[in-house]
Design a protein around this ligand. Structure first.
Ligand code: 5GP
Ligand code: ZN
Length: 111
């Protein structure tokens, strides 16, 4: 399977790791949109939010349990969590991921 985030998880593509455990990996986005822009991914390949179900929601649970720790490690306690699901939403990497974006005053609007 040709998945850039699986390649990062496997260590085939280097990344700037922020947090890692047995289930999830967080690394800095290669093209940051804010002073803090970290991507958090499950270590299991799940294509997108549409494929989250009872068998794999534990990864989403773990990600959200660790978001406060990851944000704190990046020095922020105010941030936006973004998940793009599918083409219209602008999902470019088809491996479920959450953007942790912060370190700057953001507008109120999502789009
Ligand atoms: P999406 O648009 O799918 O929600 O977000 C994908 C994100 O992955 C983009 O913000 C993009 O900059 C980031 N990205 C794509 N390839 C790489 C890579 O090889 N390394 C890192 N660190 N980020 C990547
Ligand atoms: Zn993958």
């Amino acid at each position: 399977m040709d998945c850039v985030f699986c390649a990062i998880i496997n260590g085939d593509i280097p990344s700037s790791k922020v947090y890692e455990d047995d289930m999830i990996l967080a690394f800095d986005d290669i093209n940051p949109v804010a002073p803090v822009h970290t991507v958090i991914v499950p270590k299991e390949h799940i294509c997108c939010a549409n494929k989250v179900d009872e068998s794999n929601s534990k990864y989403v649970q773990r990600i959200f349990e660790k978001i406060p720790e990851i944000a704190k490690a990046k020095g922020i306690d105010s941030y936006r969590i973004i998940n793009n699901c599918g083409e219209d939403a602008g999902q470019t990497v088809k491996h479920l991921h959450f953007h942790l974006v912060g370190g700057v005053k953001m507008g109120e609007k999502i789009i």
